[in-house]
Design a protein around this ligand. Sequence first.
Ligand code: IPE
Ligand code: IPE
Ligand code: MG
Length: 245
Amino acid sequence: MDTGVTEQRTASGLATAPGPRHVAIIMDGNGRWARAKGLPRVAGHRAGTENLRNILRAARDFGVEIVTLYAFSTENWQRPRTEVRALLALMEHVIDAEINNLDAEGVQIRHIGRTDGVSSRLVAKIVRAQERTAHNSRLILNIAFNYGGRAEIVDAVRRIVAEGLQPEEISEESVSDRLSTAGLPDPDLVIRTGGDMRLSNFMIWQLSYAEFYCTPTFWPDFGREDLRQAIEAFRRRERRYGRIG
Ligand code: IPE
Ligand code: IPE
Ligand code: MG
């Protein structure tokens, strides 16, 4: 069986690769990467933004259509105030520094998560980045920022109640349609760097049948070849969805 990750594309631009279509990444290990080098944690966060360009380009070359990145969780507010402030500042910096390139590369940016607690200046930047790239279609990039899977489900339930849906109108589809990922296929593959093996409240609805790939590599060291390995591992998996193999 050939499981090599192909970078071939057809003339139409469609990937010839057999998936994954949607890859979600828990970008973990920035702090430990920095500590191992005797640097402050924030240096790890900064380093963690420097491979984004490469990873997104590689994902597209490997035929991935949608990438969802876990950038800041609703639980991350519990970190020391200085680290939270640094993470928020970095988010602003990354938008400013990368928006031209992302737009030129045909990336459509979407924010998933809440906006409460986030400065109006940063919210405005996020909104502008979404509007500016809304017409792009080469890669969809969901940025999970101030995101929590449970909060997302709570928000969906609130919408269902506000819309006055009847009990019999509530289905997996009607819930999915009210999540921030409405209209997108669920992730096929979730990658967690940094060695831990947990979801940390990430896409708990959408990942119900995703293949899990964990690597001890810290996020700042995770590069194109690591992504290739994760995708190759995915392609060797048998997805049974409850059926027998
Ligand atoms: C991931 O790296 C980035 C965020 C959670 C924002 P960490 O900051 O969690 O790094 P470790 O896990 O402490 O090494
Ligand atoms: C998950 O990492 C959140 C992000 C990568 C943004 P954490 O470092 O916050 O997760 P825990 O606290 O180890 O579960
Ligand atoms: Mg961590």
